[in-house]
Write a protein that binds this ligand. Structure first.
Ligand SMILES: Cc1cc2nc3c(=O)[nH]c(=O)nc-3n(C[C@H](O)[C@H](O)[C@H](O)COP(=O)(O)OP(=O)(O)OC[C@H]3O[C@@H](n4cnc5c(N)ncnc54)[C@H](O)[C@@H]3O)c2cc1C
Length: 101
């Protein structure tokens, strides 16, 4: 049994998660981790800026949509990852009280 995690629920991450669904074996788990409850289609941002669409027209509710594909969706506060003051690598801090899993 594999526990597959896709980090980042943007254009790449959401498509990656969808592409992985047919690859899963019985008992495998697939999780997608993002920063908020909604996905918005970045290339359509200018439509909102010029008033051709409203923000709700170019966004979807991630937990609902992912649940339909049996993908577990988790959102994590951006503050959970912090850049160290020395060295070059990133580290993960202890989850803050605002972290939502
Ligand atoms: C106006 C505009 C028009 C565009 N038009 C096109 C087009 O026509 N065709 C095309 O191919 N491309 C287009 N692009 C480019 C395309 O939108 C981007 O290449 C694409 O969105 C990049 O996807 P991504 O998943 O790599 O990054 P993103 O979409 O930025 O996704 C990254 C995700 O990771 C999440 N994340 C970041 N840090 C964390 C963390 N610590 N924990 C959890 N989640 C985290 C973010 O919240 C985000 O949801 C356009 C871009 C713009 C701005």
């Amino acid at each position: 049994m594999a526990n597959v995690v896709v980090l980042g629920a943007g254009l790449s991450g959401t498509i990656m998660a969808y592409e992985l669904v047919p690859q899963l074996r019985k008992g495998d788990r697939l999780s997608l981790i993002g920063q908020g409850p909604r996905y918005h289609f970045v290339p359509s941002n200018p439509w909102v800026a010029v008033g051709w669409r409203e923000a709700k027209d170019i966004s979807i509710d991630l937990p609902d949509v992912m649940a339909r594909k049996h993908i577990n969706y988790f959102r994590r506060a951006p503050s959970a990852c912090t850049r160290p003051t020395t060295g070059s690598s990133w580290r993960t801090a202890a989850p803050s009280p605002t972290t939502t899993w």
